[in-house]
Design a protein around this ligand. Structure first.
Ligand code: PEP
Length: 361
């Protein structure tokens, strides 16, 4: 499809209410590349039996919906059984759904096989019917780091060695007594709030590093694509980056590194999910429509720089961060938003179905 056509299509849909969108879709259909994509990330919730029951309730409440791509991302232990359950023929006869339901993994590893205890390869995912994989979720990029207790101990060591280094300089020119006095003077001279701030900064930095790096995410993207999986590539800034006006700089880095070497042909298999870290998780405030639009425009322009106009017009960019039934329509109607990645609300059949049916109720 020509870029211009894709843009016309996109604008055409955007100018309509959600309800009209569904009607138009039903009459003329939309090119696959810009069908809305609503994905639920169950995170570390649901044993297989509860997952099947949840999926059944969601499908029941979404009967006949064919014009929205639906993704379910159970934990690894639920993938196999859910894969058996969501076969297209069964979904069509039981729920009137088409080939629009996809099984998503929440992560994958980048190596093909070997001594990587606990990891799951892209091939293993394909073998059990997984279509797509989420890569670079903020839970993995940053938040998990703190549970391994790595950040704080290293931050403490670094803070100590910073001080030791400062003191070292003074050591050189003075006698031992003078060194002690200089050291004490130095410590007294450093304001406690500066020390505390420095420790906090280091801790945050190291928490990030203890999670997945941009480079690891890049390797995962390449490995998943090589296996023929579609990738839902998450990106997003934490609150500190936004407050420091570093949002675009950070997103630019995350996307460029993740997609390095991904060819113009395989980029078609990538969906981007913008998830501001500060907006993710029950109880957080979702990003405002203006913030979402601004970032989505930025990301689309970045894709245009990297892959040209046609890809920029057709790549799907999702938003994630406290999407709920009562804000999904507003978010889905924003120009440049092609779908949503949902955490908490995807665990509640009624809420998630309402999100999938956005505008129909
Ligand atoms: C997520 O975890 O990807 C997410 C968007 O969570 P929530 O919807 O709960 O903010």
């Amino acid at each position: 499809m020509k870029a211009a056509n894709a843009r016309v299509f996109r604008n055409y849909y955007r100018q309509r209410t959600a309800n009209q969108w569904h009607k138009i879709e039903a009459e003329v259909g939309t090119p696959d590349a810009i069908r809305p994509f609503i994905a639920g990330n169950w995170k570390m919730n649901m044993i297989p039996k509860s997952g099947i029951a949840l999926a059944a309730r969601i499908f029941d409440q979404c009967r006949g919906i064919k014009d929205v791509d639906i993704g379910l991302a159970p934990p690894f232990t639920g993938l196999s059984i859910l894969g058996e359950y969501i076969k297209p023929d069964f979904l069509r006869s039981e729920y009137g759904l088409g080939r629009n339901v996809f099984l998503l993994a929440q992560d994958t590893f980048f190596e093909y096989k070997g001594a990587f205890t606990g990891e799951i390869s892209p091939e293993m995912l394909s073998a059990i019917g997984v279509d797509r994989v989420i890569i670079g979720h903020s839970d993995r990029r940053a938040n998990l780091g703190k549970y391994f207790g790595f950040g704080s101990s290293v931050a403490r060591r670094l803070t100590t060695s910073f001080l030791a280094h400062e003191l070292e300089e003074q050591k050189a020119a003075k006698t031992r007594d003078e060194q002690v006095i200089a050291a004490l003077e130095h410590l007294v001279g450093v304001k406690p709030e500066i020390l505390a701030g420095m420790a906090r900064f280091l801790e945050d930095e190291l928490k990030e590093r203890a999670g997945e790096s941009d480079e690891a995410i890049h390797r995962k993207v390449k490995a998943a694509l090589a296996q023929g999986l579609q990738v839902i590539l998450c990106c997003g800034e934490n609150w500190e980056a936004r407050a420091a006006h570093e949002t675009f700089h950070l997103l630019d880095r995350q996307i460029r590194i993740a997609l390095e070497g991904v060819s113009p042909r395989t980029i078609k298999e990538v969906v981007i999910a913008y998830e501001p870290v500060w907006a993710v998780g029950e109880g957080a405030e979702p990003a405002t429509p203006a913030q979402i639009s601004e970032v989505h425009d930025f990301l689309r322009n970045l894709i245009m720089d990297l892959y040209g106009e046609q890809t920029a017009a057709s790549i799907r960019i999702l938003y994630g961060g406290n999407v709920k039934p009562d804000n999904v329509i507003e978010i889905m109607m924003l120009s440049g938003v092609d779908g949503v990645l949902v955490g908490g609300a995807s665990l509640r059949a009624k809420d998630f179905s309402q999100i999938i049916r956005f505008g129909l109720d």
